[in-house]
Ligand binder design. Structure first.
Ligand code: ADP
Length: 444
């Protein structure tokens, strides 16, 4: 997208494309900035605005694809096009001194922004989560206190449209196959994620997952200083060793023990990765003499989010876990790995073009119950691997009953709902799906 002056919009005619949360917030921000704003959405059919003549600028919501007809028309007519994120970054109040922390990756973004926010708050540092998780930046930017640290959860869609994002601290949690329907190839997906580092400068910090196979591709392109996190080895950054989380920021001094695993509220290797990434980010924001004590206090106070390996209930010796946010295979594998025993897995939903076979070799998977649009595809993947402990049922209610029966017959103590698929075949979003699961479990 073209960059254009977003700091003097008084009297300018601006069209906002996409009337979701971010679009509505951009519209309201434009009005406050004195622009003459209009709003449109392709879902409005005949009442949508279908041409760009008369507008000085287009603001595009993150959900709107780059090949949108209005975007193409504006570009053809030489009208500047900016993303909702860039519009709001351009409206940062004078004297704003807070850091911008940007988090992207395939899985763990919301968990990490939430951990960072909880930790900074417990250290007494002002912060606000914006972006995919939380509110759009446009809704907040004019009201932020000058020292507020902005924690942005940046989706690929957001990064694709942004030119102005210049984080002080940027994190890529991990990269795995996801959103291939939109990005077509892994190469495209990785290069969109790498945009988070595009405008970084010498003093800024990039935080990367040392254990992720795509990391070297990012590391070679970054202008910022690079720090790593790892659950497998000592790295420059933050790492897990035995049962301790360590900071190692200087190759010439000893690593510092920050806290022990038993002090942390969330379990599982994927959560440790999230803690390590958050630890580094908080360290770079909070630079003072008491840093280790404060960091430990921050991390150990952080709680998990709903719909992410969330314990729902133990009933008649079976524990039910809601992981409705697991919309890809990578996240379901991390949920399976976080269990210390075998489970019955309920999965399936709207297909995202992924391959399911890695699930059926996981040692913690004893039985599977499949539901949803892609149930047939999942069954075929299981059969191809000779995995026959699998049942296909018509809906979530029947799936919970089937999973409970399996668990009781075989003495299995955990039922995990981790769909490895999107929710849109039957639900508005993953939250609605997770709430449905929880209600059915509470009704048992
Ligand atoms: P995102 O915002 O990137 O979608 P979330 O924090 O909402 O990530 O978690 C999405 C899913 O991924 C959940 O099922 C969660 O249990 C799982 N998850 C969280 N952190 C990680 C991680 N670091 N690696 C793999 N899976 C993760």
């Amino acid at each position: 997208m073209q960059n254009c002056a977003t700091n003097n919009l008084s009297g300018k005619r601006v069209l906002v494309v996409g009337a979701g949360r971010a679009g509505l917030a951009a519209f309201a921000l434009l009005e406050k900035l004195g622009a003459r704003a209009a709003l449109t959405d392709s879902a409005w059919g005949d009442s949508r605005i279908a041409c760009v003549s008369g507008f000085d600028m287009l603001v595009v919501s993150p959900g709107v694809a780059m090949d949108n007809e209005l975007v193409a028309l504006a570009k053809g007519a030489g009208i500047s096009v900016v993303s909702e994120l860039d519009l709001s970054l351009g409206a940062k109040p004078n004297g704003f001194s807070g850091r911008i922390l940007a988090v992207t990756g395939t899985n763990g973004k919301s968990s990490v922004v939430s951990m960072i926010s909880q930790s900074l708050s417990s250290m007494g540092l002002n912060n606000k989560i914006v972006g995919n998780f939380g509110v759009p930046l446009s809704a907040e930017i004019l009201d932020l206190k000058p020292d507020c640290n902005i924690i942005l959860e940046a989706s690929s869609y957001m990064l694709e449209g942004s030119r102005a994002l210049k984080p002080d601290i940027a994190i890529i949690t991990n990269i795995a196959k996801d959103h291939l329907k939109r990005h077509k190839t892994m190469k495209n997906y990785v290069s969109v994620k790498a945009k988070i580092f595009e405008n970084m400068y010498n003093g800024s910090k990039a935080i990367l997952n040392y254990d992720c196979k795509y990391t070297p591709e990012f590391a070679k392109k970054i202008k910022a200083r690079v720090f790593y996190f790892s659950t497998k080895q000592k790295v420059l950054g933050a790492y897990l060793k035995d049962d301790g989380l360590y900071l190692n920021l200087n190759p010439y001094t000893d690593s510092l023990l920050v806290c022990r695993l038993e002090q942390l509220k969330l379990k599982g290797l994927h959560n440790i990765e999230n803690y390590l990434a958050s630890l580094l980010a908080c360290y770079f924001v909070f630079n003072n003499d008491y840093v280790i004590e404060q960091l430990a206090k921050g991390l150990t106070s952080a709680r998990g989010l709903t719909h992410r390996t969330e314990l729902v209930r133990a009933h008649e010796n079976v524990t039910y876990i809601n992981d409705s946010k697991a919309t890809n295979v990578h996240s379901t594998i991390s949920a399976l790995n976080s269990l210390s025993e075998k489970c019955v897995l309920i999965l399936g939903g709207a297909d995202k073009g992924e391959c399911f076979k890695d699930l059926f070799t996981n040692p913690n998977l004893a039985y599977a119950v499949v539901i949803g649009e892609n149930a047939g595809k999942i069954l075929s993947a299981a059969k191809a691997l000779g995995f026959s402990n699998i049942l296909n049922v018509e809906n979530l209610e029947v799936a919970i009953k089937g999973a409970t029966e399996f668990a009781k017959q075989k003495g299995i103590k955990k039922v995990l709902f981790s769909p490895a698929s999107a929710s849109f075949d039957r639900y508005k979003n993953f939250e609605e799906r997770g709430e449905h699961f929880k209600q059915l479990v509470l009704d048992l």
